[in-house]
Design a protein around this ligand. Structure first.
Ligand code: PBG
Length: 325
């Protein structure tokens, strides 16, 4: 058989495969989500996220030192708020001595170069477990945005490098940008969860923070997973309002959206490889049905190939371990 082109030539050995490989993961790709709890020397494994923990601040600080030594450069902080601090205003979210604010300070003191990003949404502080203030069974937009601005400013005052609004209220990026400017936090960035879908894959995360909605679901603010054009609309608006980085979330069922967003905007695009996506790999690996390390690398590479410049993932440390192997 005579063939003018034989595509298998560039797949012949690992040497040539590595030379023509288009997508390479590096430690610079990852954002490490951290769950922080009150107390001392507390390390609680999250049942639905085996191998991932909710740590007290002292343990978290040591963890951040380790992450930095591994070459990881960004953390994304989430805190578990005590039940007695939850209400329908979310005011604990901008308490200057709150767990989030103390955590930002402690991490920046211990590892000043670590890039600290913070979750901005009311759900961990809401007695209803919703990302916004509830009135007559509705999640009210404009009052929630006012709360998110206060929350963002308090994170900036505590030393956060970038705030990450994950709530999907309308107009919050512009309002947060204005709030940061007016308070002279001119170097604080905004990573907007701009295309965040109402997904069943957030389940394990809500276990981690005990933040599941007390009534209804999040479909009046998070996007319908059937929609594609809407993701572009949301993302383009967030860039216009001042987002420095945009995000698509979840990642795996939304690789097409990541690519389209990447093609549509001129800011870095991140993707969140979320808790349920972590749990699925862990569960299948535990059963011996897939090879965990191989699955991790295939999944993370696919997210980067789709167009993500940054990936928030619970597998960041595993990926470094595998890359260094
Ligand atoms: C809430 C928030 C969620 C996640 C990050 N911020 C869950 C939700 O919207 O209910 C999910 C992260 C994950 O599942 O890993 N503002």
């Amino acid at each position: 058989m005579y063939l003018q082109r034989r595509n298998r030539i560039t797949r012949k050995s690992e040497a040539i495969r590595s030379m023509v490989r288009e997508t390479i993961l590096t430690p610079d790709d990852f954002i490490v989500p951290l769950f922080i709890d009150e107390g001392e020397n507390v390390k609680t494994e999250i049942t639905s996220m085996p191998g991932y923990y909710r740590n007290s601040l002292d343990v978290t600080v040591n963890e951040v030192k380790e992450l930095w030594s591994m070459g990881l450069k960004a953390v994304l902080l989430f805190v578990k708020s005590k039940d007695e601090l939850k209400d329908n205003t979310g005011k604990e979210a901008w308490n200057k001595d709150g767990l989030m604010q103390r955590s930002i300070k402690a991490i920046k003191d211990a590892v000043p170069e670590m890039y600290v990003m913070t979750d901005v949404a009311l759900d961990p502080y809401s007695s209803y477990g919703h990302d916004g203030i509830v009135k007559d069974g509705q999640i009210v937009n404009d009052e929630t945005v006012e709360a998110l601005v206060k929350m963002s400013i308090s994170h900036a005052a505590a030393g956060a490098d970038m705030v990450a609004p994950s709530d999907m209220m309308d107009g919050r990026i512009g309002a947060i940008r204005k709030g940061l400017e007016e308070n002279n936090f001119i170097n604080v960035g905004i990573m907007s969860y701009s295309a965040k879908y109402a997904s069943c894959f957030y389940g394990p995360f809500r276990d981690a923070l005990d933040s599941a909605p007390g009534f209804g679901d999040k479909k009046t603010y998070q996007m319908d997973y059937a929609n594609r054009i809407e993701a572009i609309k949301e993302t383009v608006m967030d860039v216009e309002e001042g987002a420095d980085i945009v995000m698509v979330k979840p990642a795996l069922s939304y690789l097409d959206i990541i690519r389209e967003v990447k093609n549509a905007v001129n800011v870095p695009v991140s993707a969140y490889n979320i808790s349920g996506e972590y749990a699925m790999i862990k569960a299948a690996a535990e059963k011996g049905w897939i090879n965990e390390d191989k699955a991790i690398m295939e999944v993370l590479t696919s997210i980067k190939r789709a167009g993500a410049d940054l990936i928030a993932t619970y597998f960041a440390k595993d990926a470094i371990r595998i890359l260094n192997h």
